[in-house]
Design a protein around this ligand. Sequence first.
Ligand SMILES: Cc1cc2nc3c(=O)[nH]c(=O)nc-3n(C[C@H](O)[C@H](O)[C@H](O)COP(=O)(O)OP(=O)(O)OC[C@H]3O[C@@H](n4cnc5c(N)ncnc54)[C@H](O)[C@@H]3O)c2cc1C
Length: 395
Amino acid sequence: MDADVAVVGVGTMGSMTCWQLARRGASVIGFEQFAPGHDRSGAGGETRIFRTAYHEGAEYVPLLLTAQDQWRELEAETGRSVLTLNGGLMIGPPDGALVRSVLAGAAAHDLPHELLDEHEARRRYPQHRLEPGEVMVLDPQAGFLRPELAVSLAGMRAEELGAVIVRHRPVVAVEPDADGVTIRTAERRWRVGQVVLAAGAWSNRLLPRHTPPLTVQRLVMTWFVARHPSWFDVERFPIFIRETGAHDVSGWPSLDGAYVKVAVNYGYDRVDDPDRLERGVDDGLLVTIRTAVRDLLPDLVPEPVRIGAYMDGYTDDRHAVVGRPDGLPNTVVATGFSGHGFKMAPAIGRAAADLVLRGRTALPIGHLDPARPAAASPARLRTVAADLAATARTS
Ligand SMILES: Cc1cc2nc3c(=O)[nH]c(=O)nc-3n(C[C@H](O)[C@H](O)[C@H](O)COP(=O)(O)OP(=O)(O)OC[C@H]3O[C@@H](n4cnc5c(N)ncnc54)[C@H](O)[C@@H]3O)c2cc1C
């Protein structure tokens, strides 16, 4: 045996899984086709939203609170900062889905939050141009993560603890059997006891018959110059998610005092081949982005100075797939994070390590079970693919 466990894909979930396994004494080999911390798939673009008042489902809250602790442990073990809790604003009409679900989640789990009416919201956060009647929910436990840094640090920490990370080597085959798993790269064959598959947008290529198919979506992020840069400092400008009738956007404070990042949900594009992610934008998308920024954030010059394109794998029901797929011995999957997985990554790594080392986890991941019908319905997936393009979101 080359190791107890192989982790295929040392991206967001794979790096955290390597770290969580290594700190518990398992021998681990991680395989990454690029290098941990690269920006070519799910983890690029400098920042990711962290929040615990979760409109995707109150069942995530305990997992997110665990993740928050685990982010702090990663920081303590590496001496670096990856999570900044500068607050989060959920902005929209009071009867809209975003505001209603955030308030419901906060109430169900007794999370601190503040509801700002239109007047108070305008007074405290003049960076946003509000529509009449819009409100803000301020979540003081929200903020942002540094994705490339976090993935690099988790990989480096795993190596310090004894893990081996094989960089710039794509895995070409994963072959589980009753006694272990064979992993093949172009150069050689590796033999391990168990495997964790965390290949993100490439997941459909590995064991496609046993894992629910993912639809890969391209997501574009854009950076803008502010007229008054200090208004967008970390201390003054919480991360935000905003739904108006016309626009659906999210944004982050300026990290460098120069640029402010905004992501406009334009419906996203389907990626047929993750090796050929289109990184440019066409004129129609540029107009959509400029219009949203001009209408909602008047202090930003609405011409993007930087554009980045990334991708993520989406399941049918937009919940990830984490667990042991039926019929596959010695295999754990962690994939399909559907545009909102980064914040929970170290908790997912911990759950994957539990499944490998103990066969079960106390973390609440029942809603991510690979066998749940909504995740594993390829026929329905085909019918929702077009609709998904219009409604997939990030954060
Ligand atoms: C633009 C954008 C914005 C987002 N915003 C947020 C946000 O604000 N908050 C939030 O919580 N989430 C957000 N998300 C979602 C989150 O970033 C993703 O859900 C998460 O990063 C996915 O992690 P992953 O491990 O599945 O994929 P990845 O991080 O992409 O990791 C998969 C890794 O597997 C490697 N790999 C694949 N195939 C092979 C192979 N054959 N051999 C070796 N290596 C392989 C890849 O190179 C990659 O490194 C966003 C996503 C995007 C794209």
